[in-house]
Design a protein around this ligand. Structure first.
Ligand code: FES
Length: 179
């Protein structure tokens, strides 16, 4: 499934620039690839950019990555808009991606989504006013045997129930990562 469109009005307040340490990692990655094939590092570099620049990719960030890789900006936009894992809008500190593919849906992912929407007072695609949580849906995340489930960053939360969702939200709110 492709990602949403790029909103030219949403920008970072400062021009994105990798730290010297991060740039060294980027260069190291590029150096592993043959001359002329640096574009193959694009997805990994976009992940680094998301991590470093607030969890989302603004147009300036994508232009910056294009400059580093010496490719056309459109080549970066094509990739960033194709994969739903990239955020093209500002997101909260924690992004919940609730799987809604068949196996998760059969065991209640719709009810879980509705419960999170009501609890956080947001709809899918929105961020809470305190900037803590963004709610998204995702296609199968490969944990069908543990459905229903959601991903938050690198962490999978499985066998979701309303009680479990309460626990997860409260734990993130307290600044910790739930088990
Ligand atoms: S269907 Fe939800 S993880 Fe596979």
């Amino acid at each position: 499934m492709s990602n949403t469109h790029i909103d030219l009005n949403k920008r970072h307040s400062e021009k994105p620039e990798f730290s010297p340490e991060r740039m060294a990692q980027v260069k190291e990655l590029m150096n592993r690839l043959p001359e002329g094939k640096h574009k193959s590092a694009l997805i990994r570099i976009l992940h680094m950019a998301e991590e470093d620049f607030g969890g989302w990719l603004s147009i300036e960030t994508m232009d910056y990555v294009a400059e580093i890789l010496n490719i056309q900006p459109i080549e970066v936009y094509e990739v960033a808009t194709f994969y739903t894992m990239f955020n093209l809008d500002p997101v909260g500190k924690y992004v919940f991606e609730v799987c809604r593919t068949g196996p998760c849906m059969l065991v209640g992912s719709d009810q879980i989504i509705e419960y999170i929407e009501n609890k956080l007072d947001i709809k899918v695609g929105q961020t809470t006013s305190d900037g803590m949580f963004t709610l998204k849906t995702a296609e199968c995340l490969g944990a069908c045997g543990y459905a229903p489930m959601l991903q938050c960053g690198k962490k999978y939360h499985e066998h979701l129930t309303k009680e479990r969702v309460d626990e997860i939200i409260n734990t993130y709110r307290s600044g910790q990562v739930p088990n």
